[in-house]
Structure formats: C-alpha cells, structure tokens
Design a binder for this molecule. Structure first.
Ligand SMILES: [Mg+2]
Ligand SMILES: [Zn+2]
Length: 192
C-alpha cells in the first residue's frame, strides 16, 4: 500500500480548495461546470510553482459521504482542475480530500490535521517551514496543529464574521490576505 514518493523539495504550501482556488457555492461544487477559478488563483499557482514551491491541496468534501456528489465525480473535477492549472504553468504535487461528514468524527476533516499529517509523513515535509492557506478558521487550526505558518484568505463576508469570532490562539492566522495571489506574494517575501 505504501508507495515510495520523492521527498517534497522547496517551500511546501498546503492549499484549501473551495474559497481559495475556486469560488465557493452555497449548494457546493457538484460538477466541473460549477467549478470557477477565483481571480488570480491560476497566476498564483504558477508563481508559487516558479518559486519551486511544492503545492498540496487538502479539501473537506463531506458532500461525498452526504451522498450529494459521487467520489468519482470529485476525482474527475480534480483531474480537470489539475489540467487547467498545468496548462497555466502551475503544478500541484498531490490533492487530498476528506469525504467524511462531521458526525463521522474522522481524523482527516479539518480542523483536524490528519490530511496534513499524512502528507508530512509521506513527503518528508518539515511542517514548521510550510504554509497552510485557507479561507476558513478550520484551515488555520489544521495548519497550526502541525506547526505551519497560516494564511487566511478573505474572499467573502462569512469569513470576516468567523474571523472576528476567533479568539483562541490556534485560530489566529499569521497573515490575512484578499486572494491566493496576495498569499503567493507574501510567501515569496518570507523566503527571501
Ligand atoms: Mg474553503
Ligand atoms: Zn475525513
């Protein structure tokens, strides 16, 4: 089962999907036709790739176990997403999704750090030199749980409300930005 993978080289960036790379939908992204890249996201992924970052997408997709979207459909959406990203000069090392509902209490649904921990082990990542970029406080909490620096992308009003409610230390992002593109620029400045 364990397949050998090359250790990740360069700065590692964990990326949430919905609200960071593509626009969130109240009724969820259920098909490729509903997937819309956010402004600047493709450019950001290209810039990070050019900076030799190793990029990983970690996304909660409870729609799968809620029976709203088939796992194969989510995987097909990801294949098409990756094709577009690569066509624009970006490269994603791996995409991981959690299919579980909150009531399943799995170890991988963010804010739990299971997806990050597995990637850290598989790719021999130094989490303290890595970044987690997300639009929800659950992303920030997952990143902090493994020792990452965290960046909150504020793309809609919901997150502003959630952020004001963030009083606990582990929910405070290291940086707040308006887009993944802004996050990419900040990451570049940190590593210089
Ligand atoms: Mg999100
Ligand atoms: Zn899970």
């Amino acid at each position: 089962m364990a397949t050998y993978v090359q250790p990740a080289k360069g700065t590692v960036v964990f990326l949430d999907r919905d609200g960071v790379i593509n626009a969130k939908r109240a009724d969820h992204v259920k098909a490729w036709q509903e997937f819309r890249f956010l402004p600047g996201a493709l450019e950001a992924l290209r810039l990070l790739t050019e900076q030799r970052c190793a990029l990983f997408i970690v996304t909660n997709q409870a729609v799968i176990n809620r029976g709203l979207v088939a796992q194969q459909t989510v995987e097909a959406i990801h294949r098409r997403m990756l094709a577009v990203i690569e066509g624009e000069g970006g490269r994603i090392t791996a995409v991981r999704f959690c299919p579980h509902r909150p009531d399943e209490a799995c170890p991988c649904r963010k804010p739990r750090p299971g997806m990050l921990q597995r990637l850290v082990a598989e790719y021999q990542i130094d989490p303290f030199a890595a970044y987690m970029v997300g639009d929800a406080l659950s992303d920030i909490a997952a990143g902090h749980a493994v020792g990452c620096r965290t960046i909150l992308v504020q793309t809609d009003a919901d997150v502003g409300v959630a952020q004001r409610g963030a009083t606990e230390q582990h929910q405070q992002p290291d940086r707040v930005v308006a887009s993944l593109l802004e996050a990419a620029h900040w990451i570049r400045h940190q590593s210089h």
